[in-house]
Write a protein that binds this ligand. Sequence first.
Ligand code: HEM
Ligand code: HEM
Length: 152
Amino acid sequence: MRGHFITVATPNNDPEKIGHLKGHMMMGMAVGVFLIVRLVLRWFSTKPEPASSAMPWADKLARLMHILFYILIFLQVGAGMAMSIGANLPDIVFNGNGSLPTDFWSLPTRGMHSAIALVLAGMICLHAGAALYHQFVLKDGLLARMWFGKRN
Ligand code: HEM
Ligand code: HEM
């Protein structure tokens, strides 16, 4: 399960690592903020009718996947923050106090963060593939639903 992604390609004793972690932590927390903004906007906006692929099982799966995206992204940000607090990263990375541990694998949230990342990566491939299927095989203009305006 270790080291599938570029964030871990730099070992913790590399002087560049703190900068990498800083960038990753700020981006990750920004994703958390956008997730909340998105959910609030979604709550207050008019939604189009659910899209249909004429395959009831696929429509059901799509609804489930979209909810699972929100849950997993929320958990991923939570696991990242818990891991960084567990390793005292806010103080090390943002205040320059103390030094990094050899790695983060002794923290249970490290394995969780890695596993969720893999599941999300798979889901994103499936999701983008499904969107392209709607757009170019079913030709139902699904991608337009990503933009503003009321489309039924
Ligand atoms: C949705 C948001 C996030 C995504 C998609 C994400 C993704 C990842 C990925 C793919 C890895 C490497 C996993 C591996 O190869 O095993 C990683 C590592 C890590 N992430 Fe995140 N992350 C997110 C948010 C956060 C946040 C908010 C924090 C902390 C504030 C954080 C802290 C870390 C740390 C400390 C590591 C370990 C790096 C290492 O072991 O060298 N992440 N993250
Ligand atoms: C190539 C990139 C992507 C394309 C073309 C794409 C396309 C779309 C489209 C067309 C919809 C609307 C479906 C509908 O109206 O029923 C949608 C919804 C959604 N997408 Fe994506 N997407 C992409 C990447 C992502 C990524 C990276 C994530 C998450 C990590 C994501 C998460 C979601 C979620 C959660 C919804 C449901 C929105 C809601 O109903 O609240 N998408 N996507």
